[in-house]
Design a protein around this ligand. Structure first.
Ligand code: HEC
Length: 123
């Protein structure tokens, strides 16, 4: 009863904020999960798989595209490192995307990759 009232209050407050400042966020700073999915599907999925589960090496003896469901990978890499891997590539298998993506798109991709983290997706 109290809980219901409180969440209602919070919701109408959020709505109110939306009405009062309709343009806060016009300059898209928040991460749009749909955009992350699109970017990943077109640029990364052909190697890392649509579900980010990695795949076979691209050529004989090459490295396997990273499985993003690996908790240890997420624990041992910062967002910045993931971003730099996208920009600069890694080793002989992961291509450098250079200036392909804007900073906002890079942040969106990093967030999307993070979304495969078993610790996060289990929430
Ligand atoms: C042409 C195939 C290919 C494409 C396309 C590709 N990757 Fe990779 N990626 C790889 C391979 C292979 C590795 C493993 C490299 C290694 O360990 O030497 C890798 C590794 C990674 C890693 C782990 C780096 C690390 O420190 O272990 C990240 C993060 C990553 N890719 C993100 C992405 C993202 C995001 C995209 C899309 C923008 C993408 N990759 C597109 C093949 C690809």
């Amino acid at each position: 009863m109290f809980g219901v009232g409180a969440s209602w209050g919070a919701r109408s407050f959020a709505l109110l904020i939306g009405f009062v400042f309709p343009c806060v966020g016009c300059e898209k700073k928040t991460v749009d999960p749909a955009e992350g999915k699109n970017l990943f599907a077109s640029a990364c999925a052909r190697c890392h798989g649509p579900e980010g589960a990695g795949g076979l090496p691209l050529f004989d003896g090459g490295p396997s595209p990273r499985d993003f469901h690996d908790r240890a990978f997420h624990a041992s890499h910062t967002d910045e490192q993931i971003k730099l891997t996208i920009v600069n590539g890694k080793g002989v298998g992961m291509p450098p995307f250079g200036t392909t993506f804007t900073d906002a798109q890079l942040a969106t991709l990093v967030a999307y990759v993070r979304g495969f983290d078993p610790e996060k997706s289990g929430k």
